[in-house]
Write a protein that binds this ligand. Sequence first.
Ligand code: SAH
Length: 206
Amino acid sequence: MKLRTLEIALEGLEGFGTPDPRTEQYSTPAVLAARLLHHAHLLGDIGGRVVCDLGCGTGILACGAALLGAARVVGVELDPEALTAAKRNAAHLEAEVAFVHGDVRDRGLIEGLGQFDTVIMNPPFGAQDPHADRPFIDAALALAPVVYGIFNTGSIPFLGAYTVGKAEIEFVIGGIFPLKRTFPFHRHDMVEIGVEIVRIRRLHGA
Ligand code: SAH
């Protein structure tokens, strides 16, 4: 599937009905989601692979992975309302995704999910809770040897330090995350946040 075809398929999806600022519910724009997925697919990390989307929200990354021919896709999300929308999105695209209601901080839940080839995620950037992305990184590396994540520009040194001895960080691509006015504390109609798509590779024996 071409990048543009994937973008178009993902553009029509439903976002968060009532986004919750505490868990930083911002849907990944279709262009950015398609970039991440397409790049991962070209590197052999999506097609025919078992893929997990952590904090899948309304399911854009999970659904896109299924469209690209992942063997199995699981999406994990804390918010039941977002999961309901994710299920509608998957049905709309005829994408097969198993959605799991749960918290990525729940170790029992993560262990029970089994092993994956690839984790894809757009974790909270830590604007509300500065360490909100850490349990996502921990869970991702427990689940799969290869992880793609979207992080704020400038996060790579932190990611490197946080995963030192456990993983290698590879920069994939930079992008812009346009955040529309979503919450009352937002003072502008739109702000653009610089982001980096990063590939994290678990080191052997880690
Ligand atoms: N992956 C989606 C949503 C990104 S927003 C997309 O790319 O569009 C981050 C998502 O993580 C939100 O849906 C939020 O509800 C979820 N989330 C935040 N903390 C979580 C946790 N501890 N466990 C599971 N999901 C969580």
